[in-house]
Design a protein around this ligand. Structure first.
Ligand code: ADP
Ligand code: MG
Length: 729
């Protein structure tokens, strides 16, 4: 008898012998960053004046001129070739949650014989990949304008395999951004300026403020053989069917438990490569669900942190296959068990070494901290819906609002200490002049913040945006997405907010209000205005959803509806004011988002339809026939006892028939729904149609399939089951 794909996969696993990876025995610090063209390497490989101009350009965020570029290219090529590189590529992040690269050889054959290796400055600075197939939302008419990639010197080049990778932006010839990095860099520069301006109230020495990002990447691992036997995982990244296992995460025995040996070897393998690339990974542990894990680096300057995250994701994918594993970055690969997020820990740091979102040691630094803290609250209040929209995607929508993931409503958890501090400021400061005693008292209180915060361990894991003592943690971000997305929105909103803050404080100072008092008064005003965004309770509870609605906070559950926030007048005005994205770019991104969403639902729907028709229904019928044969046999052998003896079997035959009927009918209806919406020209309208009329079938059909899984003979069931997928041996 032909065995199922599933049973064959289980056999493969049972018989497989895995080779241990070859790992270095060197200390991490001995090889950390060895594959990176870092500042130290530049110093060695570039003439002094060239090195100085590159550093000046990096620090000042300026372009590098062509003459210098030529010399940088020479140095970079020499460095890379000494390390075995034969090719180079501009490495960029198009609008599809992946990275793109097109490798060109340094090798240059000479017409008539001979060859040499070359890499010119113009190739370093700019490339014209024939990249007309990346999503562009109609910005780039394929036959007219092509896109080009341009070197981002603020993120160092690195070597992967034998290819020198040059971090780049990707823009259309007409100037519009076609990637995540371009608006991210713009948002970082804008926030730098606005934050420095505010810092001037407190410390004249501050000349630069960088955004810091520490991401935490959650992921699942699945055995490759089982993965390959699940067409839904292969084609959509998640399981479209599968009954929950009898035991998954109920006992909480996976979370922070011992990491399985095979997984440890995989982790060590990708970590070693990450360290060579200068990715400062610090932690690894099991997550809540079985087979779910997390890794997190030490935080870095945001642009580099984003590059490192996308780079690490591709290294993890590649390394996993060496270990016969598949890494799933999908936010919700398995229904009924926890999904995966990518928490974005966000803060601001000055070039004087101060973390602006950490309470300081003196009242003065603490007023500065309060100013940045409260401005963040206000930005989150004013642009909360946009922030949530920035993390909404087809895949993340399965996770948001579930019972183990941040709700789809933006609120901020500040912790009880800060909550009390904010309340007290609200109460005690008023627009009337404070007496000297009152001022001293308030300042003393503000000066006490750090002590209390230190032993304040309250953390709220149900909040989508939580203050964690020295940073905000944007927990709603999905595990598969590029963290540039939420950062672009957060930075842009924060920039606008800081500009407003400075204008309001300056206006009071003009009216002869003392600087400190002016700052406190504006802080108080924002505390009051942003109060509705603060929520210290359980964000997963029903009560909160009701309360949030009463507070007027928007819940983002319909995906295309959430995307709409991008092109609201308010959002366009914000992005254009700060200069991160213009209206044309926003409209293009809006279109890309809708199109991606709708294609993903379309693929899921097709895959489910195929699986139902070709895998599930035939299997159910096969088993039904076994039962029918059995019933016939009973009738033949026990004619007198037939009714009693066959009653259950007959009932099961009925149940199977009913499920099969439902699956057939629902699949046919789903197909009709797809046809109907595919005929609609407008992408956005089509996306809405898919959300409301196609997507619900995925859940409905699945219910019947999952019921069948419990009924049908295990030997016949064609797809690996949850209990198998969620075990690594
Ligand atoms: P938890 O799971 O408790 O949230 P982790 O240690 O897993 O904590 O992750 C915390 C993340 O926050 C790390 O990436 C860390 O580097 C980052 N982080 C710490 N301080 C800052 C900061 N000032 N700015 C940005 N990220 C930070
Ligand atoms: Mg965290």
């Amino acid at each position: 008898m032909a065995s199922t794909q599933r049973l064959r996969a289980l056999d493969i696993i049972a018989e497989r012998e895995l080779k241990d990876p070859v790992l270095t025995d060197k200390k991490i610090s001995d090889y950390f960053g060895s594959d990176v063209f870092s500042k130290e390497q530049m110093r060695q490989y570039l003439p002094k004046d060239v090195y100085d101009s590159v550093i000046a350009a990096i620090d000042g965020g300026r372009r590098i001129d062509r003459k210098i570029a030529n010399q940088v290219a020479l140095g970079m090529k020499a460095w890379a070739m000494e390390r075995g590189a034969t090719h180079y590529t501009h490495w960029f992040q198009p609008l599809n949650d992946s990275t793109a690269e097109k490798h060109d050889a340094f090798f240059e054959p000479i017409w008539g014989g001979g060859s040499f290796e070359t890499f010119r400055g113009d190739l370093l600075v700019q490339q014209e990949p024939d990249a007309s197939s990346f999503p562009n939302g109609g910005l780039r008419n394929t036959f007219e304008a092509r896109g080009y990639s341009a070197w981002d010197p603020s993120s160092p080049a690195f070597i992967v395999g034998n290819t020198l990778c040059i971090p780049s932006i990707f823009v259309a010839y007409t100037g519009e951004a076609l990637d995540f990095k371009t608006p991210l860099l713009k948002s970082l520069a804008a926030l730098d300026k606005a934050a420095v301006d505010v810092c001037q109230y407190f410390d004249k020495d501050v000349t630069k403020v960088v955004t810091t990002l520490g991401w935490e990447q959650e992921y699942f691992l699945v055995d490759e053989a089982l993965f390959n036997a699940r067409p839904d995982l292969v084609q959509t990244g998640r399981t479209l069917m599968g009954h929950t296992a009898a035991k998954d995460q109920q006992l909480d025995d996976h979370y922070w438990g011992a990491i399985p040996e095979r997984v440890i070897r995989f982790m060590q393998d990708f970590e070693e490569q990450a360290y060579r690339l200068g990715i400062p990974l610090k932690t690894r542990h099991n997550e809540v669900a079985p087979n779910q894990f997390e890794c997190a680096p030490m935080f870095e300057e945001a642009n580099i942190a984003v590059d490192h995250n996308t780079l690490l994701m591709s290294i993890m994918r590649r390394t996993a296959s060496k270990h016969k594993l598949k890494v799933l970055f999908h936010e919700k690969p398995f229904m009924g068990v926890n999904g995966s997020g990518k928490h974005c820990n966000w803060s601001l740091a000055t070039d004087t070494g101060v973390n602006l979102l950490a309470p300081g040691k003196t009242p003065k630094t603490n007023i500065q901290f309060l100013a940045f803290f409260v401005n963040t609250l206000k930005a989150a209040y004013d642009y909360g819906t946009l922030m949530m929209s920035s993390i909404v995607s087809e895949s993340n929508s399965h996770r948001l609002g579930g019972h183990e993931a941040p709700p789809a409503i933006l609120s901020v958890f500040t912790g009880s200490t800060m909550d009390a501090v904010l309340d007290s400021i609200e109460e005690r400061i008023s627009e009337k002049k404070l007496s000297p005693d009152e001022k001293t008292e308030i300042k003393l209180d503000i000066g006490k913040i750090p002590e209390i915060l230190l032993d304040n361990t309250d953390r709220n894991r149900t909040s989508p945006f939580a203050f964690t003592g020295n940073r905000f943690e944007f927990r709603a971000t999905g595990s598969s997405s590029n963290c540039a997305l939420p950062l672009i929105v957060l930075n842009t909103a924060m920039t606008a907010q800081l500009i407003r803050f400075k204008a309001e404080v300056d206006a009071l100072i003009e009216k002869d209000v003392k600087k400190d008092e002016a700052i406190l008064q504006v802080i108080r005003k924002y505390i009051i205005e942003s109060k509705k965004i603060r929520f210290e309770g359980n964000g997963y509870s029903k009560e909160w959803q009701e309360e949030a609605t009463q507070r007027g906070l928007q819940s983002v559950t319909n995906v295309p509806m959430a995307f709409r926030e991008y092109i609201s007048d308010k959002s366009i005005a914000l992005f254009e004011q700060i200069g991160t994205l213009n209206k044309a770019e926003l409209l293009a991104r809006y279109e890309v988002k809708n199109e991606t969403f709708l294609k993903k639902v379309q693929i899921e729907s097709r895959v489910l339809g195929d699986l139902a028709a070709n895998h599930i229904i035939p299997t159910a019928i096969k088993y039904q026939n076994v039962l029918i044969e059995n019933v016939k046999g009973i009738k033949e052998i026990f004619p007198s006892e037939f009714e009693r003896m066959a009653a259950e079997e007959i009932k099961t035959i009925h149940v199977i028939a009913e499920h099969v009927r439902f699956i057939r009918e629902l699949s046919a209806q789903m197909l009709e729904a797809r046809k109907k919406w595919n005929n609609v020209e407008d992408v956005v309208e089509r996306a809405f149609g898919y959300e409301t009329e196609v997507r619900p079938y995925l859940t409905e059909i699945r219910k019947h399939i999952d019921k069948l899984e419990l009924i049908v003979d295990d030997q016949l069931w064609p797809l690996p089951k949850y209990r198998e997928l969620l075990t690594i041996s």
